[in-house]
Design a protein around this ligand. Structure first.
Ligand code: G6P
Ligand code: MG
Length: 211
């Protein structure tokens, strides 16, 4: 068997929190009168909070002081966390849980590789708090995707060499990070069109064909 571990991105792969990121950023953009839509939101996938704000502000970035930007990012996170509070185990798609269980039963290790500082809260909300063998997230990295740090940390935590890890991503930045980490990758959702991945998935269960 080629792979010993699968490293999953969280937002947009395990659960639909990518939509909550969109809703929270949209609210900020409307408040300050900046145009923001789903196409721009796709560029924020996998990118850290402050870098995301810079992309959202675009040409208007110079109008805001560092303090004002930090306040906007904090406010966005408050809106986002209000949405996270509404999440329950019902928000974990049964097909996704089943796929994870099958991969586990085949003897592979499972990890999360997410740029989010909210990853552990999300896992708790959807009942996967103690499910993964390792959680590498925004709280332990200094550079977000496309930097490979988050995946290299996951591989070290698992004790599995990068070449035996497969990354699952909905973000172009995440596929770039996987490549930089010397890991194979599978794309789902928005990332499929980038053509950067080794495998293209229609649904997460397609992954079982390659493991
Ligand atoms: C993930 C999402 C990004 C988000 C980043 C930081 O990578 O795909 O859209 O900006 O996490 O999330 P946070 O929850 O820490 O603001
Ligand atoms: Mg994602």
């Amino acid at each position: 068997m080629k792979y010993q571990a699968v490293i999953f991105d969280l937002d947009g792969v395990i659960c639909h929190t990518d939509h909550y990121h969109y809703l929270a950023w949209k609210k900020i953009a409307d408040e300050i009168g900046v145009h923001f839509d789903k196409t721009i939101n796709n560029r924020l996938r996998g990118i850290g909070r402050m870098e995301s704000l810079e992309i959202l502000l675009g040409a208007r970035s110079g109008e805001f002081s560092l303090q004002a930007k930090e306040e906007l990012a904090t406010k966005k996170n408050e809106y986002y966390r209000q949405l996270l509070q509404t999440m329950t185990m019902q928000d974990l798609d049964p097909e996704i849980k089943k796929t994870l269980d099958i991969i586990k039963a085949r003897g592979l290790k499972l990890a999360i590789g997410s740029s989010s500082k909210n990853a552990k809260l999300i896992l708790k909300q959807i009942g996967l708090e103690n499910y993964f063998d390792a959680v590498s997230d925004g709280t332990i990295i200094s550079r977000s995707k496309p930097d490979p740090e988050v995946f290299l940390k996951a591989s070290a935590m698992l004790g599995v060499k990068p070449e035996y890890c497969l990354v699952v991503e909905d973000a172009k930045s995440g596929l770039e990070a996987a490549k930089a980490a010397n890991m194979d990758s599978a794309a789902i959702g928005d990332a499929v069109k980038s053509g950067l991945a080794d495998y293209q998935l229609k649904t997460l269960s397609d992954l079982l064909l390659y493991l």
